[in-house]
Design a protein around this ligand. Structure first.
Ligand SMILES: Cc1cc2nc3c(=O)[nH]c(=O)nc-3n(C[C@H](O)[C@H](O)[C@H](O)COP(=O)(O)OP(=O)(O)OC[C@H]3O[C@@H](n4cnc5c(N)ncnc54)[C@H](O)[C@@H]3O)c2cc1C
Length: 454
Protein backbone atom coordinates (compact mmCIF):
# COMPACT_ATOMS: atom_id res chain seq x y z
CA UNK A 1 0.00 0.00 0.00
CA UNK A 2 1.17 3.50 -0.82
CA UNK A 3 0.97 5.65 2.30
CA UNK A 4 1.99 9.24 2.72
CA UNK A 5 1.71 11.20 5.88
CA UNK A 6 2.89 12.90 8.97
CA UNK A 7 4.48 10.67 11.62
CA UNK A 8 2.15 12.05 14.33
CA UNK A 9 -0.78 10.42 12.55
CA UNK A 10 0.94 7.09 12.23
CA UNK A 11 -0.39 5.96 15.62
CA UNK A 12 -4.01 6.74 14.84
CA UNK A 13 -3.77 5.07 11.47
CA UNK A 14 -1.90 2.03 12.83
CA UNK A 15 -3.18 -1.23 11.48
CA UNK A 16 -4.89 0.41 8.51
CA UNK A 17 -5.37 -2.44 6.04
CA UNK A 18 -3.29 -2.89 2.93
CA UNK A 19 -5.22 -1.37 0.03
CA UNK A 20 -4.75 -1.29 -3.72
CA UNK A 21 -5.18 2.48 -3.67
CA UNK A 22 -3.48 4.92 -1.31
CA UNK A 23 -3.95 6.48 2.08
CA UNK A 24 -2.74 10.06 2.28
CA UNK A 25 -2.21 11.89 5.59
CA UNK A 26 0.27 14.44 4.21
CA UNK A 27 -1.03 17.99 4.90
CA UNK A 28 -2.26 18.78 1.39
CA UNK A 29 -4.82 15.96 1.04
CA UNK A 30 -6.61 16.59 4.38
CA UNK A 31 -6.52 20.36 3.67
CA UNK A 32 -8.27 19.82 0.31
CA UNK A 33 -10.83 17.48 1.88
CA UNK A 34 -11.52 20.15 4.53
CA UNK A 35 -12.99 22.42 1.82
CA UNK A 36 -15.92 22.19 -0.55
CA UNK A 37 -17.75 24.31 -3.12
CA UNK A 38 -19.57 26.20 -0.36
CA UNK A 39 -16.38 27.48 1.35
CA UNK A 40 -18.51 28.06 4.43
CA UNK A 41 -17.50 25.13 6.65
CA UNK A 42 -14.07 23.58 7.07
CA UNK A 43 -13.42 20.34 8.94
CA UNK A 44 -10.09 18.64 8.60
CA UNK A 45 -9.88 14.85 8.34
CA UNK A 46 -6.95 12.80 9.58
CA UNK A 47 -6.36 11.23 6.19
CA UNK A 48 -7.79 10.74 2.73
CA UNK A 49 -8.23 7.29 1.20
CA UNK A 50 -8.10 7.07 -2.57
CA UNK A 51 -9.57 3.62 -3.05
CA UNK A 52 -8.34 1.39 -5.86
CA UNK A 53 -11.44 -0.79 -5.66
CA UNK A 54 -14.71 -1.31 -3.80
CA UNK A 55 -12.83 -3.84 -1.67
CA UNK A 56 -10.57 -1.01 -0.47
CA UNK A 57 -13.67 0.92 0.58
CA UNK A 58 -15.03 -2.13 2.42
CA UNK A 59 -11.69 -2.75 4.18
CA UNK A 60 -11.48 0.93 5.21
CA UNK A 61 -15.04 0.95 6.56
CA UNK A 62 -14.41 -2.23 8.57
CA UNK A 63 -11.22 -0.73 9.99
CA UNK A 64 -13.04 2.55 10.79
CA UNK A 65 -15.85 0.60 12.48
CA UNK A 66 -13.34 -1.22 14.69
CA UNK A 67 -11.69 2.08 15.64
CA UNK A 68 -14.95 4.05 15.87
CA UNK A 69 -13.54 6.50 13.37
CA UNK A 70 -16.10 8.55 11.40
CA UNK A 71 -15.75 8.58 7.64
CA UNK A 72 -17.45 9.97 4.55
CA UNK A 73 -17.38 9.47 0.82
CA UNK A 74 -16.45 12.59 -1.10
CA UNK A 75 -17.72 12.64 -4.66
CA UNK A 76 -16.64 15.89 -6.28
CA UNK A 77 -16.85 18.01 -3.12
CA UNK A 78 -19.68 20.16 -4.50
CA UNK A 79 -21.52 20.15 -1.24
CA UNK A 80 -22.07 23.70 0.04
CA UNK A 81 -22.13 23.08 3.78
CA UNK A 82 -19.41 20.61 4.76
CA UNK A 83 -21.60 17.55 4.17
CA UNK A 84 -18.71 15.39 2.86
CA UNK A 85 -16.26 16.59 5.52
CA UNK A 86 -15.14 14.67 8.63
CA UNK A 87 -13.30 16.35 11.48
CA UNK A 88 -10.49 14.03 12.60
CA UNK A 89 -11.81 11.13 10.54
CA UNK A 90 -11.35 9.58 7.15
CA UNK A 91 -12.47 10.97 3.80
CA UNK A 92 -12.90 8.42 1.00
CA UNK A 93 -12.12 10.31 -2.19
CA UNK A 94 -14.35 8.55 -4.70
CA UNK A 95 -12.79 10.31 -7.68
CA UNK A 96 -10.23 7.47 -7.79
CA UNK A 97 -13.15 5.11 -8.56
CA UNK A 98 -14.33 7.02 -11.62
CA UNK A 99 -14.34 4.50 -14.48
CA UNK A 100 -17.18 3.94 -16.92
CA UNK A 101 -17.11 0.12 -17.12
CA UNK A 102 -19.52 -0.81 -19.88
CA UNK A 103 -22.00 0.83 -22.21
CA UNK A 104 -24.78 -1.53 -23.31
CA UNK A 105 -27.82 -0.78 -25.50
CA UNK A 106 -30.07 -0.14 -22.48
CA UNK A 107 -27.68 0.55 -19.58
CA UNK A 108 -24.30 1.83 -18.45
CA UNK A 109 -22.17 0.41 -15.64
CA UNK A 110 -20.13 3.07 -13.82
CA UNK A 111 -17.98 3.42 -10.74
CA UNK A 112 -19.76 5.78 -8.36
CA UNK A 113 -16.97 8.37 -8.39
CA UNK A 114 -17.46 8.95 -12.14
CA UNK A 115 -18.74 12.38 -13.08
CA UNK A 116 -21.87 12.72 -15.18
CA UNK A 117 -19.61 14.35 -17.77
CA UNK A 118 -17.58 11.15 -18.14
CA UNK A 119 -20.76 9.05 -18.25
CA UNK A 120 -22.15 11.21 -21.05
CA UNK A 121 -18.83 11.20 -22.91
CA UNK A 122 -19.02 7.39 -22.93
CA UNK A 123 -22.70 7.04 -23.90
CA UNK A 124 -23.17 9.82 -26.47
CA UNK A 125 -21.09 8.11 -29.18
CA UNK A 126 -23.82 5.41 -28.99
CA UNK A 127 -26.49 8.17 -29.19
CA UNK A 128 -27.58 7.25 -25.68
CA UNK A 129 -27.95 9.27 -22.50
CA UNK A 130 -28.92 8.72 -18.88
CA UNK A 131 -32.61 9.74 -18.63
CA UNK A 132 -31.92 12.67 -16.28
CA UNK A 133 -28.88 14.95 -16.12
CA UNK A 134 -28.09 17.69 -13.64
CA UNK A 135 -27.39 21.22 -14.91
CA UNK A 136 -23.74 20.74 -14.09
CA UNK A 137 -21.98 17.58 -15.24
CA UNK A 138 -19.02 17.91 -12.86
CA UNK A 139 -20.96 16.19 -10.03
CA UNK A 140 -20.35 12.53 -9.19
CA UNK A 141 -22.86 9.77 -9.89
CA UNK A 142 -22.70 8.58 -6.26
CA UNK A 143 -23.02 12.14 -4.92
CA UNK A 144 -26.19 13.03 -6.83
CA UNK A 145 -27.86 9.62 -6.38
CA UNK A 146 -27.24 10.16 -2.65
CA UNK A 147 -29.01 13.55 -2.89
CA UNK A 148 -31.71 12.92 -5.53
CA UNK A 149 -30.40 14.62 -8.66
CA UNK A 150 -32.80 16.97 -10.44
CA UNK A 151 -32.53 18.70 -13.80
CA UNK A 152 -34.33 19.79 -16.96
CA UNK A 153 -35.57 16.25 -17.76
CA UNK A 154 -37.03 15.63 -14.27
CA UNK A 155 -40.45 16.95 -15.32
CA UNK A 156 -40.76 13.86 -17.55
CA UNK A 157 -38.56 11.26 -15.91
CA UNK A 158 -38.22 11.94 -12.19
CA UNK A 159 -34.94 12.29 -10.33
CA UNK A 160 -31.61 10.58 -11.03
CA UNK A 161 -32.14 8.50 -7.88
CA UNK A 162 -35.33 7.14 -9.50
CA UNK A 163 -33.45 6.11 -12.63
CA UNK A 164 -31.15 3.45 -11.22
CA UNK A 165 -31.17 -0.26 -12.09
CA UNK A 166 -28.70 -1.56 -9.51
CA UNK A 167 -26.18 -0.28 -6.98
CA UNK A 168 -23.12 -1.79 -5.34
CA UNK A 169 -22.82 -0.46 -1.79
CA UNK A 170 -20.45 -0.78 1.15
CA UNK A 171 -22.61 -0.57 4.27
CA UNK A 172 -21.49 1.07 7.52
CA UNK A 173 -20.53 -2.40 8.75
CA UNK A 174 -18.20 -2.87 5.78
CA UNK A 175 -20.34 -5.38 3.86
CA UNK A 176 -20.15 -5.12 0.07
CA UNK A 177 -23.72 -5.63 -1.17
CA UNK A 178 -25.38 -5.45 -4.58
CA UNK A 179 -28.90 -4.06 -4.31
CA UNK A 180 -31.85 -3.23 -6.54
CA UNK A 181 -35.65 -3.30 -6.33
CA UNK A 182 -35.34 -7.11 -6.33
CA UNK A 183 -32.19 -7.71 -4.26
CA UNK A 184 -31.83 -6.16 -0.80
CA UNK A 185 -34.51 -3.56 -1.61
CA UNK A 186 -34.29 -2.02 1.90
CA UNK A 187 -30.67 -1.03 1.26
CA UNK A 188 -31.52 0.15 -2.29
CA UNK A 189 -34.27 2.36 -0.87
CA UNK A 190 -32.04 3.66 1.93
CA UNK A 191 -29.01 4.74 -0.09
CA UNK A 192 -30.92 6.50 -2.88
CA UNK A 193 -31.36 10.06 -1.55
CA UNK A 194 -29.88 8.67 1.67
CA UNK A 195 -27.32 11.51 1.95
CA UNK A 196 -24.47 9.09 2.58
CA UNK A 197 -26.01 7.88 5.88
CA UNK A 198 -26.39 4.17 5.18
CA UNK A 199 -23.57 3.13 2.88
CA UNK A 200 -21.00 4.23 0.34
CA UNK A 201 -22.17 3.61 -3.21
CA UNK A 202 -19.25 2.15 -5.16
CA UNK A 203 -20.87 1.22 -8.47
CA UNK A 204 -24.12 1.99 -10.31
CA UNK A 205 -25.98 0.44 -13.21
CA UNK A 206 -28.01 3.19 -14.85
CA UNK A 207 -30.62 2.97 -17.62
CA UNK A 208 -29.96 4.65 -20.96
CA UNK A 209 -32.42 6.23 -23.39
CA UNK A 210 -31.92 7.60 -26.93
CA UNK A 211 -30.27 11.04 -27.03
CA UNK A 212 -31.10 13.60 -29.70
CA UNK A 213 -27.96 14.74 -31.48
CA UNK A 214 -29.17 18.32 -31.79
CA UNK A 215 -31.72 20.30 -29.84
CA UNK A 216 -33.39 23.69 -30.23
CA UNK A 217 -33.33 25.72 -27.03
CA UNK A 218 -36.05 28.35 -26.68
CA UNK A 219 -35.61 31.10 -24.12
CA UNK A 220 -38.95 32.75 -23.31
CA UNK A 221 -39.19 35.96 -21.31
CA UNK A 222 -42.05 36.87 -18.97
CA UNK A 223 -43.26 40.04 -17.32
CA UNK A 224 -43.58 38.44 -13.87
CA UNK A 225 -43.21 35.22 -11.93
CA UNK A 226 -46.89 34.13 -11.87
CA UNK A 227 -47.14 34.45 -15.69
CA UNK A 228 -43.93 32.43 -16.01
CA UNK A 229 -45.02 29.63 -13.66
CA UNK A 230 -48.46 29.50 -15.34
CA UNK A 231 -46.76 28.69 -18.66
CA UNK A 232 -44.45 26.19 -16.96
CA UNK A 233 -47.56 24.37 -15.69
CA UNK A 234 -48.90 24.27 -19.27
CA UNK A 235 -45.57 23.02 -20.66
CA UNK A 236 -45.31 20.36 -17.97
CA UNK A 237 -47.92 18.16 -19.62
CA UNK A 238 -47.37 19.05 -23.29
CA UNK A 239 -45.92 16.43 -25.65
CA UNK A 240 -42.76 16.93 -27.65
CA UNK A 241 -40.69 18.78 -25.05
CA UNK A 242 -37.39 17.29 -23.92
CA UNK A 243 -36.19 19.78 -21.31
CA UNK A 244 -37.91 22.34 -19.09
CA UNK A 245 -36.35 24.76 -16.65
CA UNK A 246 -36.65 28.43 -15.74
CA UNK A 247 -34.96 31.17 -13.76
CA UNK A 248 -35.42 34.64 -12.32
CA UNK A 249 -32.27 36.71 -12.72
CA UNK A 250 -31.16 40.10 -11.45
CA UNK A 251 -31.45 42.62 -14.28
CA UNK A 252 -30.82 46.33 -14.74
CA UNK A 253 -34.61 46.84 -14.86
CA UNK A 254 -35.27 44.72 -11.76
CA UNK A 255 -35.82 40.99 -12.32
CA UNK A 256 -35.83 39.05 -15.57
CA UNK A 257 -38.08 35.96 -15.73
CA UNK A 258 -37.23 33.29 -18.29
CA UNK A 259 -38.32 29.76 -19.18
CA UNK A 260 -35.96 27.46 -21.05
CA UNK A 261 -37.59 24.79 -23.22
CA UNK A 262 -35.57 22.42 -25.38
CA UNK A 263 -36.95 20.31 -28.19
CA UNK A 264 -35.04 17.48 -29.88
CA UNK A 265 -34.18 17.77 -33.59
CA UNK A 266 -35.01 16.72 -36.28
CA UNK A 267 -38.63 17.75 -35.98
CA UNK A 268 -40.21 21.14 -36.33
CA UNK A 269 -38.31 22.33 -33.24
CA UNK A 270 -41.11 24.77 -32.49
CA UNK A 271 -42.35 25.92 -29.15
CA UNK A 272 -46.02 25.10 -28.39
CA UNK A 273 -48.54 27.78 -29.35
CA UNK A 274 -50.62 29.76 -26.89
CA UNK A 275 -47.94 30.74 -24.37
CA UNK A 276 -47.97 34.13 -22.65
CA UNK A 277 -44.33 35.18 -23.02
CA UNK A 278 -43.16 38.45 -24.55
CA UNK A 279 -42.70 37.20 -28.10
CA UNK A 280 -40.53 40.15 -29.10
CA UNK A 281 -37.89 38.89 -26.68
CA UNK A 282 -38.10 35.16 -27.51
CA UNK A 283 -34.81 33.61 -28.56
CA UNK A 284 -33.97 30.23 -30.08
CA UNK A 285 -30.63 28.54 -30.58
CA UNK A 286 -29.69 25.18 -32.07
CA UNK A 287 -26.94 23.31 -30.30
CA UNK A 288 -25.70 19.80 -29.68
CA UNK A 289 -27.27 17.82 -26.85
CA UNK A 290 -23.90 17.93 -25.08
CA UNK A 291 -23.67 21.72 -25.35
CA UNK A 292 -27.06 22.06 -23.65
CA UNK A 293 -25.44 20.59 -20.54
CA UNK A 294 -22.10 22.28 -20.96
CA UNK A 295 -23.48 25.76 -20.33
CA UNK A 296 -22.69 25.69 -16.63
CA UNK A 297 -19.13 24.57 -17.25
CA UNK A 298 -18.70 27.62 -19.48
CA UNK A 299 -19.77 29.76 -16.52
CA UNK A 300 -17.41 27.71 -14.33
CA UNK A 301 -14.47 28.53 -16.63
CA UNK A 302 -15.36 32.20 -16.53
CA UNK A 303 -15.69 32.25 -12.73
CA UNK A 304 -12.52 30.21 -12.26
CA UNK A 305 -10.62 32.78 -14.31
CA UNK A 306 -11.75 35.57 -11.95
CA UNK A 307 -11.38 33.42 -8.80
CA UNK A 308 -15.11 33.67 -8.02
CA UNK A 309 -15.60 29.89 -8.34
CA UNK A 310 -13.65 29.61 -5.07
CA UNK A 311 -15.67 32.23 -3.19
CA UNK A 312 -18.31 31.25 -0.59
CA UNK A 313 -21.54 29.87 -2.10
CA UNK A 314 -24.41 30.01 0.39
CA UNK A 315 -26.92 28.29 -1.91
CA UNK A 316 -30.41 27.31 -0.82
CA UNK A 317 -32.40 24.57 -2.57
CA UNK A 318 -36.05 23.80 -1.96
CA UNK A 319 -39.20 22.20 -3.34
CA UNK A 320 -42.50 24.06 -3.06
CA UNK A 321 -46.04 22.80 -3.59
CA UNK A 322 -47.84 24.27 -6.59
CA UNK A 323 -50.43 25.93 -4.36
CA UNK A 324 -47.93 28.21 -2.57
CA UNK A 325 -45.13 28.59 -5.14
CA UNK A 326 -46.28 31.90 -6.61
CA UNK A 327 -46.89 33.54 -3.23
CA UNK A 328 -43.48 32.47 -1.88
CA UNK A 329 -41.64 33.63 -5.01
CA UNK A 330 -43.41 36.99 -5.12
CA UNK A 331 -42.55 37.52 -1.44
CA UNK A 332 -38.93 36.48 -2.07
CA UNK A 333 -38.59 38.94 -4.93
CA UNK A 334 -40.01 41.72 -2.77
CA UNK A 335 -37.51 41.11 0.02
CA UNK A 336 -34.41 39.82 -1.76
CA UNK A 337 -31.60 42.24 -2.59
CA UNK A 338 -30.20 41.23 -6.02
CA UNK A 339 -26.71 41.70 -4.51
CA UNK A 340 -27.44 38.63 -2.37
CA UNK A 341 -27.45 36.62 -5.59
CA UNK A 342 -24.65 38.49 -7.33
CA UNK A 343 -24.17 39.25 -11.00
CA UNK A 344 -24.13 35.56 -12.00
CA UNK A 345 -26.69 34.41 -9.48
CA UNK A 346 -30.30 33.44 -10.09
CA UNK A 347 -33.36 31.87 -8.60
CA UNK A 348 -33.91 28.62 -10.42
CA UNK A 349 -37.62 27.87 -10.77
CA UNK A 350 -39.08 24.88 -12.57
CA UNK A 351 -41.90 22.39 -12.10
CA UNK A 352 -42.03 18.62 -11.82
CA UNK A 353 -44.52 15.91 -10.93
CA UNK A 354 -43.79 14.39 -7.49
CA UNK A 355 -45.72 11.25 -8.52
CA UNK A 356 -42.89 10.46 -10.98
CA UNK A 357 -40.43 10.13 -8.08
CA UNK A 358 -39.76 6.55 -7.06
CA UNK A 359 -37.26 7.24 -4.25
CA UNK A 360 -38.74 6.72 -0.78
CA UNK A 361 -36.32 9.01 1.10
CA UNK A 362 -36.71 11.91 -1.30
CA UNK A 363 -39.01 14.29 0.55
CA UNK A 364 -41.28 16.20 -1.79
CA UNK A 365 -44.36 18.41 -1.40
CA UNK A 366 -47.74 16.71 -1.47
CA UNK A 367 -49.40 18.63 -4.33
CA UNK A 368 -49.71 16.95 -7.74
CA UNK A 369 -47.27 19.54 -9.09
CA UNK A 370 -44.22 20.90 -7.28
CA UNK A 371 -41.60 23.51 -8.11
CA UNK A 372 -37.90 23.51 -7.51
CA UNK A 373 -36.97 26.96 -6.13
CA UNK A 374 -33.22 27.42 -5.64
CA UNK A 375 -31.27 30.49 -4.58
CA UNK A 376 -28.09 30.10 -6.61
CA UNK A 377 -25.95 32.72 -4.96
CA UNK A 378 -22.63 34.10 -6.24
CA UNK A 379 -22.21 37.04 -3.81
CA UNK A 380 -19.05 39.09 -3.51
CA UNK A 381 -16.19 37.50 -1.62
CA UNK A 382 -16.98 38.59 1.93
CA UNK A 383 -17.07 35.93 4.70
CA UNK A 384 -19.27 38.09 6.91
CA UNK A 385 -21.82 38.55 4.08
CA UNK A 386 -21.64 34.78 3.44
CA UNK A 387 -22.51 34.10 7.10
CA UNK A 388 -25.38 36.59 6.93
CA UNK A 389 -26.68 34.78 3.85
CA UNK A 390 -26.56 31.42 5.65
CA UNK A 391 -28.74 33.06 8.35
CA UNK A 392 -31.00 34.46 5.62
CA UNK A 393 -31.26 30.95 4.16
CA UNK A 394 -32.66 29.75 7.48
CA UNK A 395 -35.45 32.35 7.24
CA UNK A 396 -36.29 31.19 3.71
CA UNK A 397 -36.08 27.53 4.83
CA UNK A 398 -38.63 28.22 7.59
CA UNK A 399 -40.87 30.08 5.13
CA UNK A 400 -40.69 27.16 2.69
CA UNK A 401 -41.61 24.69 5.46
CA UNK A 402 -44.53 26.90 6.56
CA UNK A 403 -45.72 26.94 2.93
CA UNK A 404 -45.82 23.12 2.77
CA UNK A 405 -42.45 22.88 1.01
CA UNK A 406 -39.39 20.76 1.69
CA UNK A 407 -35.72 21.43 1.69
CA UNK A 408 -33.67 19.83 -1.06
CA UNK A 409 -30.98 18.99 1.49
CA UNK A 410 -27.97 20.12 -0.53
CA UNK A 411 -28.30 23.60 0.96
CA UNK A 412 -26.23 25.94 3.11
CA UNK A 413 -28.51 25.77 6.14
CA UNK A 414 -27.49 24.50 9.58
CA UNK A 415 -29.85 21.66 10.49
CA UNK A 416 -30.46 20.17 13.93
CA UNK A 417 -31.64 16.62 14.45
CA UNK A 418 -35.11 18.08 15.12
CA UNK A 419 -34.98 19.70 11.67
CA UNK A 420 -34.07 16.35 10.10
CA UNK A 421 -36.93 14.66 11.94
CA UNK A 422 -39.28 17.34 10.66
CA UNK A 423 -37.78 17.04 7.16
CA UNK A 424 -38.36 13.29 6.91
CA UNK A 425 -41.78 13.48 8.63
CA UNK A 426 -43.52 10.09 8.37
CA UNK A 427 -40.35 8.57 6.84
CA UNK A 428 -38.28 9.33 10.00
CA UNK A 429 -38.92 5.93 11.67
CA UNK A 430 -37.70 4.23 8.46
CA UNK A 431 -34.60 6.46 8.53
CA UNK A 432 -33.88 5.46 12.15
CA UNK A 433 -34.39 1.76 11.35
CA UNK A 434 -32.10 1.94 8.32
CA UNK A 435 -29.42 3.73 10.35
CA UNK A 436 -29.54 1.07 13.08
CA UNK A 437 -29.36 -1.64 10.49
CA UNK A 438 -26.78 -0.34 8.02
CA UNK A 439 -24.62 2.06 10.06
CA UNK A 440 -25.15 1.03 13.69
CA UNK A 441 -22.12 2.96 14.97
CA UNK A 442 -23.21 6.23 13.28
CA UNK A 443 -19.92 6.62 11.46
CA UNK A 444 -20.99 7.54 7.91
CA UNK A 445 -21.19 11.11 6.57
CA UNK A 446 -21.29 12.88 9.96
CA UNK A 447 -21.15 16.22 8.10
CA UNK A 448 -24.90 15.89 7.45
CA UNK A 449 -25.36 16.31 11.24
CA UNK A 450 -28.34 13.96 11.13
CA UNK A 451 -27.23 11.63 13.93
CA UNK A 452 -25.11 12.23 17.03
CA UNK A 453 -22.01 10.01 17.27
CA UNK A 454 -22.40 6.79 19.28
C1 LIG B 1 -22.23 23.98 -9.51
C2 LIG B 1 -23.26 23.05 -8.93
C3 LIG B 1 -24.34 22.67 -9.69
C4 LIG B 1 -25.30 21.79 -9.16
N1 LIG B 1 -26.34 21.42 -9.96
C5 LIG B 1 -27.25 20.54 -9.49
C6 LIG B 1 -28.33 20.12 -10.30
O1 LIG B 1 -28.52 20.56 -11.45
N2 LIG B 1 -29.19 19.21 -9.78
C7 LIG B 1 -29.02 18.66 -8.53
O2 LIG B 1 -29.79 17.82 -8.13
N3 LIG B 1 -28.02 19.07 -7.74
C8 LIG B 1 -27.14 20.00 -8.18
N4 LIG B 1 -26.12 20.41 -7.36
C9 LIG B 1 -26.06 19.88 -5.98
C10 LIG B 1 -25.35 18.52 -5.99
O3 LIG B 1 -26.19 17.52 -6.51
C11 LIG B 1 -24.98 18.06 -4.59
O4 LIG B 1 -24.21 19.03 -3.96
C12 LIG B 1 -24.24 16.73 -4.64
O5 LIG B 1 -24.19 16.16 -3.37
C13 LIG B 1 -22.86 16.99 -5.13
O6 LIG B 1 -22.26 15.81 -5.59
P1 LIG B 1 -20.74 15.57 -5.24
O7 LIG B 1 -20.36 14.41 -6.07
O8 LIG B 1 -19.89 16.75 -5.35
O9 LIG B 1 -20.92 15.13 -3.70
P2 LIG B 1 -20.13 15.59 -2.38
O10 LIG B 1 -20.35 17.03 -2.14
O11 LIG B 1 -18.74 15.14 -2.48
O12 LIG B 1 -20.93 14.75 -1.29
C14 LIG B 1 -22.21 15.15 -0.87
C15 LIG B 1 -22.79 14.13 0.11
O13 LIG B 1 -22.97 12.87 -0.54
C16 LIG B 1 -22.18 11.86 0.09
N5 LIG B 1 -21.62 11.03 -0.98
C17 LIG B 1 -20.80 11.41 -2.00
N6 LIG B 1 -20.50 10.34 -2.76
C18 LIG B 1 -21.13 9.28 -2.22
C19 LIG B 1 -21.19 7.90 -2.54
N7 LIG B 1 -20.54 7.40 -3.58
N8 LIG B 1 -21.93 7.08 -1.75
C20 LIG B 1 -22.60 7.57 -0.67
N9 LIG B 1 -22.56 8.86 -0.31
C21 LIG B 1 -21.84 9.71 -1.08
C22 LIG B 1 -21.11 12.63 0.87
O14 LIG B 1 -20.61 11.89 1.95
C23 LIG B 1 -21.86 13.86 1.30
O15 LIG B 1 -22.65 13.58 2.44
C24 LIG B 1 -25.17 21.30 -7.84
C25 LIG B 1 -24.09 21.71 -7.06
C26 LIG B 1 -23.15 22.58 -7.59
C27 LIG B 1 -22.03 23.04 -6.73
Amino acid sequence: MEMQGEPRHAGMLAGFPAVAGSLDAAPEAPATAAEDFGHLISRRPLAVLRPGSAHDVAAAVRWAARHRMPLAARGQGHSVYGRAQVEGGLVVDMSSLGAVRAVEPDRVVVDAGATWQSVLDATLPHRLTPPVLTDYLGLSVGGTISAGGIGGMTFRRGFQSCNVIELEVVTGSGDLVTCSTMRHPELFDAVRAGLGQFGIITRAVLPLVPAPEQIRLHTLTYRDAPTMTADQRRLLTMDGIDYLEGAIRPHSSGWQHVIEVAVGLPGDGGVPAGLSDDQAQAESADMSYLDLFRRLSQLENQLRSTGAWRHPHPWLNSFLPDSTTDAVIVELLRTLDPLELGEYGRILVYPFLPAHARTPLLRLPEDDVAFLVNLVRFPKNDPSLANDLVEANRVVYDRVRAAGGRSYPVSAVALTQADWKDHFGPAWPAVLDAKDRFDPRHLLSPGQEMFPPR
